[in-house]
Each structure stands twice: as structure tokens, then as C-alpha cells.
Design a binder for this molecule. Structure first.
Ligand code: GLC
Ligand code: CA
Length: 564
């Protein structure tokens, strides 16, 4: 990696802001761009230098902005174009970069393109129809019209929605309010490129490419259920990404974070290797659902919670760090807005809340690569405390709840799956202080604040040098000082299901990180590990730990005595 010509983003420490939930500046219950501007000082003090904001475009908000209605305007929920320009200005003045989400796979069904496409009487119908993907009905054996295929949407339910005026179905691999775009249509591509250029001209420093591996579909529409192989990760999507890379991303020296699950080494390098023209960083999810339960048929797939396969998590990090060792940079993160809160997911958000949140940070943030901290993670925000289905907001929740009940789950089981795994867990308002609405807003927010704002909030942690927040600051500072983006790592006992033990090498020192990932005490082979060469540097216990016995979720970082 050191051989690559230096780019600004090689020093990036990214913070993901879920715009709707970060800070509401005008007190309408919705987070907004001015809210981010108000918190730039906070972000600076945390030690991050790049802000990634979730979609800010005009949208009916079926999927919180991933359903774009107008690529050229800011949603009135979030502010104005002037606010956006101001954000870029303020960020740049503070030596920070701004990258925005870019949704290329679909639009909202309320987008004017789709409005024209679905209406045979619209004057521009003929031009826009082919911006989307249509299919005639099939006939079943009784001659009745049926769905073109049995493909299943990523949000549950069929991918096809019928439009009577056309007697055709359109394809939507997410919600039915998000019709998929047809990337084989040149005019469609041209229109999207103009939108991308618009934000580049406004000064954004990069993009996070949403759902990037879904751009191409199998146009033979073969049967399959769920049929993912027919609408995800088809080779041709790379061509589309390369085209954007060549024409827009590279010439403007942008940081491109690409979202794509399921890639392996060769494809990963195609996306983000040193010779790639697609992305700079790849966001994959291999370590994100390492606690599934295949035997659960009532709330299956990602919704089924089992025991954590820690070996898998470590192997995944080792594998991905190795892929990009000579070829670029690994993307380091625990989760984003699509997975549960990490302290509730892989830690313990009750008895060992603070300790396990710190352990998770200590195990991750000294590893090589470019880190992404998810808003609220730095204070240990947890999954929701909701008791009613109506407390949830995510479009995915409601289809899936019905699926669970149809699979034989009772209400309690279905609710538990949501409380463990739903995306809303990671979308509650930022907990700034313990007052009304956690300081996020002065009015009832669009989604309820977690009741634990009284004990988990920024204000309290800012004045406590032993807080989770203080630890994040320490780790991110150390990352910078030791140039750990470029570091190297060895995993000890990678097969072991209890410990997360690594040796990382920084610019000045080597660090040994020893973590107990379990809620029970364990013993560590300290003599072998330390070999007299290391001293204790950082830990997550109330008093200085000693010896080889590690309490539940205990983590220690040792530093090599000799400087390089
Ligand atoms: C990505 C986003 C997710 C969104 C989906 C559809 O996976 O991260 O939040 O629902 O794409 O745009
Ligand atoms: Ca607002």
C-alpha cells in the first residue's frame, strides 16, 4: 500500500451520519443538514476527518431517502441547496471532507421518470419507459395472469408490481416504491451522470455507491426463488461502474466507497484494487451477521439470532486485510444503518455495556485500513427498547413481520426478531444529553429516542475521561499518530472462539491487543504473548488489570517497549 501514490483519503477517518437521526436544527423532529453543521466541532473533537451522509435528495422517504424523487434537489426534510453548500464550506474550512450517498440502482416511483414511464398517456412515455425494467405477465395453467418470476425482493415479497394501464409488471428488488433502473439504457445513464456531475461541481469529495452490485439483471428472466443470482452481482455491473469511474470518479479525484456484499478476492480487486477504475474502498458485510441460526424457520435469514462465530469474524478481517495488503485499503467498520447496533449485537448492552462497547472498539480500530465509525457507536448506543410494532418505521419491518407470522411465529417471537435485527435499531436519534428528546430535537422525533438516553449520552461522556467516547478519541488519535491505515496485523489463534488477539505494527511501535469476546472469564497465555517485551498501554477495566485471567469482555492493549 505504501507504494501507491498518496491520496487525500489514505488518511481518512470516516464518520457515517444517518442524516434523519443525527441533529434536528429547526425542530420539526427530523435531523437535517444544519444539524450536521452545528455538530462539526463535535466531529472534529472526535478525531474524524470525513463525513459520509446518508441520502439527502428529495424523496417521499419510503426507505428514508434511498428512494430518490429528484437527484438535483435537497429534500425539504433536510434543508436547501444553500444548506448543502454551507455544509461543504464549513467542513472544508475545518479540514474535513464530505461524501454523500449515491443511489444508482433505482429511483422512487414518484420520480418524474417513472411517472412518465408508467403512464401510456404521458407525452414522454415512450422515452422514459425504457429507463425501467418491465415484463409481461405470465399465464398459469388456468390461463390466469401471474408474476413473470418468483424472484423475492431484498425487503421480502415479490420483486414484481403490476401496472394496469400497461398490463405489465415493473421490477423492484427493494420496496415496490423503488423501481429498478435499466442500466442498459444509454439515455438513463446520461441522465444519472448529469446528476453525479452536479454534486461534484458543488464540491463533494466522494460518494458511497449504494447497492452497487445490483445494477445489472439477467434479462432472460429465468425462474428462481429467491432468484438473487439473476439480479445481483452479474458481471456486467462492473462495466457500468468502470464507466462512471473513468468519466467521473477518477478525473475528479473522488473517494468512492462501494457497497457490495458477497465478493471474493478476485472480484474485490476488480472493485477496489490498485488498478481498479470502480471504487477506492469496498464495503462488504462478511463479518456483519456472524451469529445466524440456520435452524430457525420462523424468523429465518438475517433475522435468526444464534451464537457468535468469532473465528469467522476474525478470519473475515484477516482475509480482507490480506486482499488489500499490496493493492489498496481495507474498509474497517463494525456496522452501518442496515445492521443492529454493535454493542447489542456482538457485545452486551446490559450488564457489561461500557466494557463490551470498549472491547469492540479496541479490537477493531487499530487494525489496518480506513475506518468508518457509525454515528452513536462512539457512545455505545444500543438497539431499540420498543414494545410496539407501531414504534418501528422501516419499510422492511412490516413486510417481514407478516412473513414471520405466516411462518408460524407468534407476535412475541416476531417482535423479538425485530428488536434484535431490524435496521431501525441503528437509526434512533443521536443521544446528545439526558434532557427532552436527548437533545436531538425539541419535538417528538420521527422515530422514538431510546429510553437509555439518561445513562448513554454525549454530554455525560464528554466530561468522563473513562467513557466510551473518550476511548474512541484515544484510539482514533493513536491511529493517526501510528499511521495505522498502513499497518500490518497478525491474528493469534484465529480459530479460537473466545479471544480476539492481534499484533498490529504501527509507525513507531507494535501493539498487542488482547480481548475477551465472551461474557465469562477466560485465561490468556500471557507469558507467551508478552514475552517480556510489552507493557500495558490501555484497558477497559475499572482498575489496572494484571495476570492472565480476563474478566468478561475485558480488553487490554500492550505496547512494545522498544521504539522502531
Ligand atoms: C442499501 C442501503 C439500504 C437501502 C438499500 C436500497 O443497501 O444501505 O439502506 O435500503 O440499499 O437502496
Ligand atoms: Ca429538521
Amino acid at each position: 500500500m505504501r507504494y501507491l501514490p498518496k491520496k487525500w483519503w489514505h488518511d481518512a477517518i470516516i464518520y457515517q451520519v444517518y442524516l434523519r437521526s443525527f441533529q434536528d436544527s429547526n425542530h420539526d423532529g427530523i435531523g437535517d443538514i444544519q444539524g450536521i453543521i452545528q455538530r462539526v466541532e463535535y466531529l472534529k473533537s472526535l478525531g474524524i476527518n470525513t463525513i459520509w451522509i446518508s441520502p439527502h435528495y428529495d424523496s417521499p422517504m419510503d426507505d428514508n431517502g434511498y428512494d430518490v424523487k429528484d437527484f438535483f434537489t435537497v429534500s425539504p426534510d433536510y434543508g436547501t441547496l444553500e444548506d448543502f453548500k454551507q455544509l461543504i464550506h464549513v467542513a472544508h474550512k475545518n479540514q474535513m471532507y464530505v461524501i454523500t450517498d449515491l443511489v444508482l440502482n433505482h429511483t422512487s416511483d414518484e420520480h418524474p421518470w417513472f411517472q412518465a414511464a408508467k403512464d401510456p398517456n404521458h407525452p414522454e412515455h415512450a422515452y422514459y419507459k425504457d429507463f425501467y425494467i418491465w415484463h409481461d405477465p405470465k399465464q398459469d395453467k388456468n390461463g390466469e395472469n401471474t408474476l413473470p418470476t418468483q424472484w423475492v425482493s431484498w425487503f421480502g415479497g415479490p420483486v414484481w408490481e403490476y401496472v394496469e394501464a400497461l398490463n405489465q409488471y415493473y421490477l423492484h428488488i427493494f420496496s415496490k416504491k423503488m423501481p429498478d433502473l435499466n442500466w442498459r439504457n444509454k439515455n438513463m445513464k446520461k441522465a444519472l451522470k448529469a446528476a453525479i456531475q452536479f454534486w461534484i461541481d458543488l464540491g463533494v469529495d466522494g460518494f458511497r455507491i449504494d447497492a452497487s452490485n445490483h445494477l445489472e439483471k439477467n434479462w432472460d428472466f429465468p425462474e428462481g426463488k429467491p432468484g438473487y443470482e439473476h439480479f445481483s452481482s452479474l458481471p456486467k455491473h462492473h462495466e457500468y461502474l468502470q464507466e462512471l469511474g473513468r468519466e467521473l470518479f477518477k478525473p475528479n479525484d473522488l473517494l468512492i466507497l462501494g457497497e457490495s456484499g458477497g465478493a471474493k478476492r478476485q472480484e474485490a480487486l476488480q472493485y477496489a484494487g490498485k488498478d481498479s477504475h470502480e471504487f477506492n474502498l469496498l464495503i462488504h458485510f462478511e463479518h456483519c451477521w456472524a451469529d445466524g441460526d440456520d435452524t430457525n424457520k420462523k424468523t429465518p435469514g438475517k433475522w435468526a439470532k444464534g451464537t457468535i462465530d468469532l473465528a469467522h469474524i476474525k478470519q473475515s478481517f484477516a482475509y480482507w486485510i490480506d486482499i488489500f495488503k499490496e493493492e489498496g485499503f481495507h474498509t474497517l467498520f463494525w456496522h452501518n444503518h442496515d445492521q443492529p447496533r454493535i454493542v447489542s449485537h456482538y457485545g452486551d448492552d446490559a450488564k457489561y455495556h461500557q466494557r463490551s462497547a470498549k472491547m469492540l472498539a479496541m479490537s477493531l480500530y487499530l487494525l489496518p485500513g480506513i475506518p468508518i465509525v457509525y454515528y452513536g457507536e462512539e457512545i455505545g448506543m444500543t438497539n431499540v427498547d420498543y414494545e410496539q410494532l407501531s414504534d418501528f418505521r422501516d419499510v422492511e419491518v412490516f413486510t417481514e413481520y407478516d412473513n414471520f407470522i405466516n411462518n408460524g411465529a407468534n407476535h412475541g417471537e416476531a417482535m423479538q426478531a425485530l428488536k434484535d435485527r431490524a435496521r431501525d435499531n441503528a437509526r434512533t436519534p443521536m443521544q446528545w444529553h439526558d434532557g427532552p428528546f436527548a437533545g436531538f430535537s425539541k419535538v417528538t422525533p420521527w422515530i422514538n429516542v431510546n429510553g437509555n438516553k439518561t445513562t448513554i449520552n454525549v454530554q455525560q461522556q464528554q466530561t468522563d475521561e473513562h467513557s466510551i467516547l473518550s476511548l474512541y478519541k484515544t484510539l482514533l488519535k493513536l491511529r493517526k499518530e501510528e499511521d495505522l491505515a498502513y499497518g500490518a496485523v497478525d491474528f493469534y489463534n484465529i480459530e479460537d472462539q473466545n479471544t480476539f488477539n492481534t499484533l498490529v505494527s504501527g509507525k513507531h511501535h507494535d501493539y498487542l491487543m488482547l480481548c475477551n469476546f465472551k461474557d465469562t472469564p477466560i485465561k490468556q497465555p500471557m507469558d507467551t504473548l508478552l514475552d517480556g517485551a510489552f507493557t500495558l498501554y490501555l484497558h477497559n477495566m475499572p482498575t489496572t488489570p494484571q495476570g492472565s485471567s480476563f474478566e468478561p469482555y475485558e480488553a487490554r492493549i500492550y505496547r512494545k517497549k522498544s521504539e522502531k
